[in-house]
Write a protein that binds this ligand. Sequence first.
Ligand SMILES: Cc1cc2nc3c(=O)[nH]c(=O)nc-3n(C[C@H](O)[C@H](O)[C@H](O)COP(=O)(O)O)c2cc1C
Length: 205
Amino acid sequence: MPETICLAFTGASGMAYGVRLLECLLGAGCRVQLLYSQVAQIVARQEMAIDLPARASDARRALAERFRGLPGRLEVYGREEWFAPLASGSNPPEAMVICPCSMGTLAAVAQGLASKLIERAADVVLKEGRKLIVVPRETPLSAIHLENMLRLSRAGAVILPPNPGFYHQPQRVEDLVDFVVARILDQLRVPHTLMQRWGEANPAG
Ligand SMILES: Cc1cc2nc3c(=O)[nH]c(=O)nc-3n(C[C@H](O)[C@H](O)[C@H](O)COP(=O)(O)O)c2cc1C
């Protein structure tokens, strides 16, 4: 199981996936380095009534309070905090997840822009051969979106669209969210019990 994971929230719909993932990573005892874009703040407020303060230190305090009691360690870095450890290939996280990932950030990472800390961290993770998981949200997808995903996949990233299955007979929105988060945790090799695995129980009872 990786100890240090960078998690980036960007301005795509589906903030519930990112917040649940953060909770599960902290619950599993991971050290999480959290980054978020300016539009992620708007989406968090719109979709989950969560206030992500502009200042990283304020956000760390607010989220530490929300996830109090979980064994993991939370660090939050600002959008242009270039002295953060994950800005350099000398100190990369073992894995990075961009969840949810906007088409804007997807394009920037696919082109190697690295002009914001999220883009730079993803660039570092790829160049250092660590795991990058991208959870892109848009529909329908244009040829530009698809080409950017292919480009990232060829560079070694895992493209993990938030497409929940329905074979586990979800009853609540949270069940759909957990389906996707379980797939991300599996990719990270972080143990979880979010849902039963295929073949381990008969869904028909
Ligand atoms: C409430 C809201 C929902 C959005 N949903 C999406 C989305 O699902 N996918 C997407 O690619 N962009 C979405 N956008 C647009 C992006 O946030 C916008 O392109 C932004 O520039 C992305 O910047 P970022 O990647 O730095 O967060 C949404 C914007 C808002 C305000």
